[in-house]
Ligand binder design. Structure first.
Ligand code: PEP
Length: 279
């Protein structure tokens, strides 16, 4: 095959992949709704919360990421209540054990019932977490069989300069390169300017960035990209959840502020289950 024919074939294949990514209706999975409680909640309030939030695995997955000291008692309460809600952590270290004051390992999280863990949240990146540390953490979590939720997203300056695609591509590449098996991977697109500001990305803006992320995963790991859940996070609330859920590449949400109140969190879960629960 000559060079020009080869280029034509490459262009046709690239176009086909782009179309598959844009239209995923047959590949969409059940939704994933994740609560990031950050440094909020008392044990008493958390237990009350758990009594009121249910998750039907037929409709989707609900995960709660409380602060570390609440993981153990919440795990006990979850076992008793059998609500179907799952447990996640907000961070992890990449070593098994050792002199790392203030850190916790994957094994410790598993012992208290965690299946999910947030990695590279922008609040941690701002506190100095490097791409290298994020990559070590992702590797360690995948090896353990847990699900890493890797957060990516541009800051306000980068957004204004039109650098969103470039930034998320770099962050995806840094976190996902050289990994043998990414089948447990979950990505959360969280534009930093939207976190806790009440100013969410529009569902269309989010969908476009999710397409870019899926393409980047495809470039690194091939067709498994279609099955990797990509969540949106950044001022998700009861009113905008339904319109986010309507987009093909928005497989769920990572919710901060609105996950602290039972009513708003339940409403977000319902919106996603209605839109995607029968997928
Ligand atoms: C977050 O910090 O992960 C987040 C999405 O926060 P909020 O929903 O409050 O914007």
């Amino acid at each position: 095959m000559n060079t020009s024919a080869r280029r034509q074939v490459k262009e046709i294949v690239e176009q086909m992949i782009k179309e598959q990514i844009q239209s995923r209706s047959l590949q969409r999975q059940k939704p994933l709704v994740v609560a990031n409680w950050k440094m909020n909640m008392s044990l008493e309030k958390a237990l009350h919360f758990l009594n009121s939030v249910q998750s039907d695995p037929q409709e989707g997955t609900v995960v709660i990421c409380p602060p570390y000291p609440l993981l153990y008692p919440i795990n006990i309460a979850m076992k008793k209540l059998q609500t179907g809600v799952q447990l996640g952590a907000q961070n992890v270290h990449w070593k098994d054990h050792g002199a790392h004051t203030g850190e916790v390992s994957v094994g410790m999280l598993q012992e208290v019932g965690c299946n999910f863990v947030l990695i590279g949240h922008s609040e941690r990146r701002m506190a100095g977490e490097s791409e290298e540390a994020i990559q070590h953490k992702v590797k360690q979590v995948l090896q353990s069989g847990m699900y890493p939720i890797v957060c990516v997203g541009e800051n306000s300056e980068e957004f204004k300069q039109g650098l969103t695609s470039q930034i998320v591509k770099q962050q995806i590449e840094a976190a996902l390169k050289n990994l043998p098996n990414i089948s447990n991977m979950i990505i959360a697109y969280e534009p930093v300017w939207a976190i806790g500001t009440g100013q969410s990305a529009t569902p269309y803006q989010a969908e476009k960035v999710h397409q870019t992320i899926r393409q980047s995963i495809h470039d690194l790991h091939g067709s498994i990209a279609q099955r990797i859940p990509i969540l949106y996070g950044g001022s998700v609330h009861a009113e905008n959840a339904r319109s986010l859920a309507a987009y093909e590449n928005i497989d769920g949400v990572l919710v901060g502020g609105a996950s602290l109140e039972v009513k708003s969190f339940q409403s977000i879960i319902r919106s996603f289950n209605k839109e995607l629960g029968s997928a």
